[in-house]
Design a protein around this ligand. Structure first.
Ligand SMILES: Nc1ncnc2c1ncn2[C@@H]1O[C@H](COP(=O)(O)OP(=O)(O)OP(=O)(O)O)[C@@H](O)[C@H]1O
Length: 607
């Protein structure tokens, strides 16, 4: 590019006043027509035209590049603002862009026409925030760990990409496996697969009876099945039979729903079973997806260590209740107070369907025996009822034949009853996580809902953490609850897997009971008595210690004395903690200490 050219470019768009700058223009031979110049001008013009042509090419590609950069910037900006708008937080590399409309999935990924039609038929007009980001991640075959509020459409977030990848039925055995913690949830997910894959020919299965499933899916089968939705227990039974009655080596997608629950250790968890299943899904191309409404560090650590370049997707705040639920804590004084409160609510008029959560199957049965005479359509579901009974109860509740359903933690996770208006936590949940899931049975898919949680003095341990969840969702809580002492993490963990012994739910006096019923009632009374006695002793000890400390403080200003006292206190605390660990002390003792270790703050996620 010569000087002239540069001048022309710089002066583009500027007006040149010939009269004023004639002398300079002649000197520079600019635009002044002399005979000598005319020929030259013609030649230059020609050359210029050529130059301009090639320059146009150059500037075309420059413009193209510029517009490409502009477009990418715009896309980046759009992507960011879309994530910001929906409070989508993502961690990972090469994160696929979010999408806005289901139709876009057709354009971007060639989503099956029938699948698009089914999405429309089931009434999903716009994707929910989790779907906006999780679907593209899975569409690009990336492994994912996702957390999104209850009732926010996580199920379709994994069903749509799984159906897309499987394309069409094949006789290769199961190519997708979805695990859920309860039979009810597995069945519900199975039905959602059915609805969304209508007309596509996929053979979706659900293990109802292990023996039957073993025949159907065993080594002699024709492998004419595609998708399996099940609880881990049943599947492990089949995998561990000799020879195994199911083969998972063709599984391309392993989806773990309610992943934090399935990762739990111990009696209520499924960690061991999950390990067996994970090992059995040994295809090279297996992809894994973890979904839940609540976050767990265990799952995160595992995903980071074991998943291939995992993408983490979080919607809104971690471990928060759905914002669509109006939440309230109600002090009811005692066990009798709970029954009175429920009866009062029924008297005033409740808007069905209503779910009532209690902490155990015995309490579920007891409450049912009380409420059955209250003139409302009530039923109960717990693990002791037969599969058929459980199925019938769920179906009747869905159909609106049952107004009030009494349930245990069994129904706490994932169950999607349309339009539950009210959740009553008759027994206080044993953790904030349990609270979030329980109350998440209402206020689903953008609908409004209400949750009332009863509490007595016995529930002090978890009161603060649950009050915090309520406050974060924007609902009022009394100030004193938030300023209560924080319960130590170990105690919270212990609480999460145990039950507070509570007085029987019954208005029938003990002397009127007979046989087994009386026996059970007596046993329960003894448990409660023991628990309350231990609690009283613990309280007295704490008070005594406090008094000793105060007396020590009053006794003089000697710093050495204070130091000795503090050390002694520390030792006593340590001792009592050790005793607690060994189980020699009370399980649910009122704790005085605060957890000292704080978890490091999470890195700010990309938005
Ligand atoms: N895009 C959508 N538009 C409207 N409704 C939707 C959409 N996606 C899902 N739903 C509906 O929202 C409800 C809740 O969905 P889903 O059961 O998948 O929630 P979830 O996030 O898995 O909840 P949980 O954590 O309690 O298991 C369902 O009734 C489902 O049919």
């Amino acid at each position: 590019m010569d000087g002239h050219h540069l001048f022309r470019l710089l002066g583009a768009g500027a007006k040149f006043d010939f009269k004023r700058f004639k002398q300079d223009a002649t000197k520079l031979k600019l635009g002044v027509a002399t005979e000598e110049n005319q020929v030259k001008d013609e030649e230059t013009k020609k050359r210029k035209i050529e130059d301009v042509d090639s320059e146009d090419d150059e500037s075309d590609s420059e413009t193209e590049n510029k517009s490409k950069v502009q477009k990418t910037n715009q896309e980046q900006h759009h992507k960011k603002s879309l994530r910001k708008l929906h409070r989508i937080h993502v961690h990972g590399t090469d994160i696929p862009p979010p999408f806005e409309d289901f139709k876009q999935l057709g354009e971007m990924y060639g989503l099956h026409r029938l699948l698009l039609e089914n999405i429309k038929t089931v009434g999903y007009s716009k994707p929910t925030p989790i779907q906006i980001q999780a679907i593209p991640v899975m569409m690009q075959q990336r492994e994912i760990m996702a957390c999104a509020p209850t009732g926010s459409g996580k199920t379709a977030s994994f069903i749509i990409p799984v159906l897309h990848h499987l394309q069409a039925p094949k006789n290769l055995g199961f190519r997708a496996l979805v695990l859920a913690p309860t039979r009810e949830l597995a069945k519900q997910t199975f039905r959602e697969f059915d609805r969304l894959s209508e007309g596509m020919g996929f053979r979706v299965h659900f293990i109802s009876k292990v023996a039957l499933a073993a025949k159907k899916f065993g080594p002699k089968s024709k492998k004419n099945f595609d998708i399996l939705v099940t609880t881990p227990n049943r599947l492990v039974c089949m995998l561990q039979s000799n020879p195994p009655s199911i083969n998972l080596s063709s599984v391309e997608w392993l989806v773990v729903d309610e992943s934090d629950k399935l990762f739990e250790d111990g009696k209520s968890g499924f960690r061991d079973q999950l390990a067996v299943i994970y090992k059995a899904c040994d295809a090279n191309n297996v992809r894994r997806a973890m979904f839940s409404a609540t976050f767990s560090y265990d799952v995160e650590e595992w995903c980071k260590a074991n998943l291939d370049n995992v993408i983490q997707v979080y919607i809104g705040d971690i471990n928060a209740a759905a914002k669509t639920v109006k939440q309230e804590l109600l002090f009811v004084g005692s066990e009798n107070g709970k029954l009175l409160a429920v009866r009062n609510m029924i008297k005033k008029g409740i808007q069905p369907p209503v779910l009532i959560f209690v902490q155990s199957k015995d309490r579920a049965k007891d409450l049912f025996s009380e409420l059955i005479y209250d003139g409302i359509s009530v039923d109960v579901i717990h693990s002791e009822r037969t599969q058929l009974q459980r199925d019938n109860v769920v179906a009747s509740f869905r159909a609106g034949k049952i107004w009030v359903l009494i349930c245990t933690e069994l129904m706490g996770r994932g169950i999607d009853f349309k339009g539950v208006n009210l959740v009553i936590n008759y027994d206080f949940p044993n953790s904030a996580v349990s609270y979030i899931h329980r109350i998440g049975r209402t206020g689903r898919a953008g609908r409004e809902g209400e949750a009332i949680t009863f509490f007595t003095e016995d529930d002090a341990t978890n009161l603060k953490s649950i009050a915090n969840v309520i406050r974060k969702a924007g609902c009022p809580v009394p100030k004193y609850m938030l300023s209560m002492k924080k319960t130590r993490k170990e105690v919270q963990k212990k609480m999460a897997v145990s039950e507070i012994p509570r007085q029987r739910i019954s208005t029938v006096p003990l002397f009127k009971l007979q046989g087994k019923e009386r026996e059970n009632a007596v046993k329960q009374m003894q448990k409660v008595y023991k628990y309350e006695k231990a609690k009283r002793l613990q309280k007295e000890k704490v008070l005594e210690k406090r008094k000793q400390a105060e007396d020590g403080d009053d006794s003089g200003d000697d710093d050495n004395d204070k130091q000795t006292l503090k050390t002694a206190d520390k030792k006593t605390n340590k001792k009592s903690h050790k005793k607690n660990k060994k189980g020699k002390k009370l399980k649910h003792s009122v704790q005085t200490g605060e957890g000292k270790k704080k978890k490091p703050k999470k890195k700010k996620a990309e938005q």
